[in-house]
Design a protein around this ligand. Structure first.
Ligand code: DAK
Length: 261
């Protein structure tokens, strides 16, 4: 891999988009490598992913404008599909994905962060959808995910004006969950990931599925999705162990890690 770093530390894995000279802009090769990296994640051991960008300045400064500048209509559609397929893979990835946004998250950078389950950022982060200033629409799901995350009014303002917002405003509108100093960001992402990874993995996966799939349907159907996924937990060893541990009154006991089965 030229542009993706992949590290595993216990049950937490970190994917770093590593194209620092171009502020981690997404070209076709980055998207292909990211896709292959996701396919290779060992879901038997990894329980939470962190996605970040290399360097101190940028998470992802967007899709690669140089590569896009010469695309034909058909090539533009193919590039859009390549990005959308990877972003959707992230969004529906079986385990939670935390975006640790360490600087510019513009265009495709804002969009890839929105495909993750949770966004936290450093205090130098800048978010925006500058596409209309380049003569295009957001093409990696920005018109859809931004509106769902921050509401249609705020999404329309950001997209129509192409105005970037800083970390504090991203926090205020609910685009990110927390802002940390640059030095603190990764440690905080790792702490959150470890906190997720210690919980029953099948239950966590089912929660992700229930939230994602439930948001796409009406409440009556959504509740049925939740019921089914709740019921499925009762076929797991982790449910039996988790509840038995709570009910066991032996104060000396030590909680074992969940087994993911
Ligand atoms: N693409 C390619 N290279 C980029 C880049 C990008 N998005 N962003 C930065 N770079 C490169 C710069 O060209 C420069 O390269 P060298 O000149 O050193 O070779 C290097 O990164 C450092 O950038 P700057 O010199 O510009 O650094 P500054 O600190 O002065 O400025 C900046 C940082 C982030 C404010 C500035 O680089 C900037 O404005 N970058 C572009 C941000 C942007 O507009 N991003 C959105 C891109 S549009 C679709 C599919 C996808 C999309 C749309 C449609 N379909 C197919 C339907 C997505 C679109 C986008 O993401």
């Amino acid at each position: 891999m030229e542009y993706i770093l992949y590290e595993v530390n216990g049950a937490v894995a970190k994917i770093t988009i590593n194209r620092e000279k171009a502020l981690n802009a997404l070209n076709s090769q980055v998207l292909d490598e990211l896709n292959a990296t996701l396919d290779a994640v060992d879901l038997d051991t990894v329980r939470c992913l962190i996605l970040t960008g290399a360097g101190q300045k940028s998470f992802v400064a967007g899709a690669d404008i140089g590569e896009m500048s010469t695309l034909t209509k058909a090539e533009g559609e193919a590039f859009g599909k390549k990005g959308n397929d990877v972003f959707r893979k992230l969004e529906t990835f079986p385990i939670p994905v935390i975006a640790a946004v360490n600087g510019f998250a513009l265009g495709g950078g804002c969009e890839i962060s929105m495909s993750c389950d949770i966004r936290i950022c450093s205090d130098n982060a800048v978010f925006g959808q500058p596409e209309v200033g380049l003569g295009i629409t957001p093409g990696f799901g920005g018109t859809q995910r931004l509106a769902r995350l921050v509401g249609a009014g705020m999404a329309k303002q950001m997209i129509y004006t192409a105005r970037n917002i800083k970390a504090d405003e991203a926090l205020r509108i609910g685009l990110v969950n927390a802002v940390y100093t640059q030095e603190e960001l990764m440690a905080q992402a790792e702490k959150m990931a470890a906190g997720i990874a210690k919980n029953a993995p099948i239950a966590v996966r089912n929660c992700k599925k229930a939230i994602n799939e439930g948001l796409d349907v009406d409440m009556d159907q959504a509740i049925v999705i939740e019921e089914k996924l709740f019921g499925d937990c009762f076929e797991t060893e982790d449910q039996k162990y988790g509840m038995a541990f709570f009910l066991d009154k032996n104060k000396e006991k030590v909680k074992e890690p969940f087994k993911n089965c």
